[in-house]
Design a protein around this ligand. Structure first.
Ligand SMILES: Cc1cc2nc3c(=O)[nH]c(=O)nc-3n(C[C@H](O)[C@H](O)[C@H](O)COP(=O)(O)OP(=O)(O)OC[C@H]3O[C@@H](n4cnc5c(N)ncnc54)[C@H](O)[C@@H]3O)c2cc1C
Length: 477
């Protein structure tokens, strides 16, 4: 890797003139860009650019190429392991102003958006026409570009796969400044290297996503299991038979008491699994009864059945996010670990994970994933029954962070040892960056590197997580 030149004050000034854009270097802007939602990594950016349009972004990339300077694309910074953080004095490029959204194309059932648009904005542009992107993120703030750079898992990914499977076409700006349209057939190598690749060799400027018509109402069931295997079996069967529109399970600790363990008394948990199912329907007088699947599921109790408008159903997590802001959880460290794992490995490792983490912190979600048409760099284990598992420790305070982090590092290595592949949005735990990426991309590593060489020969695009040379330091939370 050629040594990158520094974004000196003179460079920043020259670049401002060249692009016609003010580059921020006040303490507040730098501080925000040097952190992400994970709050475990601290960056070292030289400045912050927020281009107003694609033309300005192109000029920025051109300037960086001419002067061998580094750029780090960023959406909302909601990833957790330095993926959107600028290391070694790179310039943070926040893409949220590139947020134009075209009207839904109801003939072709697609919508075309600039990638700085967030999911709240994209939903809003669709819902009044009775359509929605096939896979839609639960968190409204996340940008389309941020999701395409990782994958995008939602409660109907057992039908449509992750968001990246629902992309019809992309417009990308390569690291060497070429603006190219590509899809599954045309310039397909560039297309594949632009998805689930953390903006490693190109910045995605626009994407066309497939839409689906939703039904007006959704009935949801919450089924409680005290057997993990029964819950996983139910999810596999429901996925294979395409019975429900939405499937996801959350782990819930019941604390029956305390016990003496390794020299001290502590609370212990009995884990229950809450399977959330949703079926859409159109006629309020005849909601789905569940008779075609409930008798075949070996659950312990049904804790809730409710009906709501589908538009409201899509808002169901906003209350949780609001609560996280109110309790201060939003601003605490989030060493979240997500991965793709086979059903059999999930059944083996999840009980151990829940045993390792303190019950008040452990919070996991798992769901089946359709893996039929995934882009090349969306890495997952070979299996007939693919699951996404998210370990989402909440309320990790400074005083407990070291203990929790070392437990999570152990869990990370346990997950990799059973052949799972990390989902790239989370905290990536302890890693040697060179080896990490070759291990993660496996057989596709050479393809990824060849595309980098071709489309970003000056290695302009980088981030704290991607670059082996980044010199940022791990912050103790
Ligand atoms: C509360 C919360 C809930 C979440 N829920 C889910 C969920 O249900 N399902 C799920 O799949 N994920 C979920 N996530 C994870 C989230 O989808 C990813 O972390 C996503 O990458 C964040 O988007 P962002 O806009 O903040 O991107 P950033 O964090 O800013 O960037 C992420 C990566 O994308 C790259 N990037 C950003 N824009 C572009 C672009 N236009 N072109 C190329 N590269 C780009 C960045 O360089 C970086 O590598 C959740 C995160 C949070 C905080």
């Amino acid at each position: 890797m050629p040594n990158k030149a520094d974004w000196s004050e003179q460079c920043l000034k020259d670049c401002e003139k060249f692009v016609g854009l003010r580059l921020m270097r006040d303490e507040d802007s730098l501080n925000q860009a040097n952190h992400d939602f994970g709050r475990l990594v601290k960056g070292d950016c030289s400045g912050v650019a927020i281009p107003h349009n694609i033309a300005q972004l192109k000029l920025l990339v051109e300037y960086a190429n001419r002067h061998h300077l580094a750029l780090t694309p960023r959406g909302k910074g909601l990833s957790e392991g330095g993926q959107s953080i600028a290391g070694f004095k790179s310039l943070s490029v926040i893409l949220t102003n590139l947020n134009n959204i075209e009207a839904p194309d109801l003939n072709n059932m697609t919508i075309t958006c600039e990638t700085g648009a967030n999911w709240g904005e994209i939903k809003k542009a669709c819902l009044s026409d009775g359509v929605i992107p096939e896979v839609t993120m639960a968190n409204d703030d996340i940008t389309l570009g941020g999701v395409l750079a990782v994958g995008g898992i939602a409660s109907n990914s057992h039908i449509y796969g992750p968001v990246v499977s629902t992309v019809e076409s992309l417009e990308v700006l390569t690291g060497n400044g070429k603006h190219v349209k590509c899809n599954w057939q045309k310039d397909k190598k560039l297309f594949h290297s632009s998805l689930s690749n953390l903006g490693y060799s190109s910045i995605t400027t626009k994407a066309t996503l497939r839409l689906r018509r939703f039904k007006k109402y959704t009935r949801s069931w919450t089924l409680l299991f005290d057997s993990l295997d029964a819950c996983i079996d139910a999810e596999v069967n429901l996925k294979c038979n395409r019975i429900c529109d939405h499937i996801e399970t959350f782990t819930i600790p019941c604390i029956p008491g305390t016990r003496f363990n390794k020299g001290k008394r502590e609370p212990y948990a009995h884990w229950v699994y809450a399977l959330h199912l949703g079926c859409e329907y159109d006629t309020p007088q005849s909601p789905p009864t569940g008779e075609n699947f409930l008798p075949y599921i070996n659950f312990w109790q049904c804790s809730d059945i409710s009906d709501t408008e589908t538009v409201e159903f899509y808002e169901r997590y906003q209350i949780r996010f609001k609560q996280m802001h109110q309790t201060g959880d939003w601003n605490r460290p989030h060493p979240w670990i997500d991965c793709f794992i086979s059903a059999s490995s999930l059944s083996k490792v999840l009980p151990e994970i829940l045993n390792i983490l303190p019950p008040q912190v452990a919070s996991c979600r798992f769901q089946p994933i359709n893996d039929r048409s995934l882009p090349r760099l969306f890495m997952r284990p070979p299996t007939n029954h693919l699951f996404a598992l998210a370990i989402l420790p909440m309320g990790v305070d400074e005083h407990m962070s070291e203990t929790i982090l070392s437990k999570l590092k152990y869990i990370n290595s346990m997950l990799l040892a059973v052949g799972s592949k990390r989902y790239l949005s989370g905290w990536l735990a302890d890693f040697d960056r060179d080896e990490y990426w070759s291990h993660h991309y496996g057989d596709e590593f050479e393809f990824r590197e060849a595309m980098k060489k071709l489309h970003d020969p000056n290695k302009v695009l980088t981030s704290w997580a991607l670059s082996p040379e980044a010199e940022a330091c791990l912050e103790s939370a």
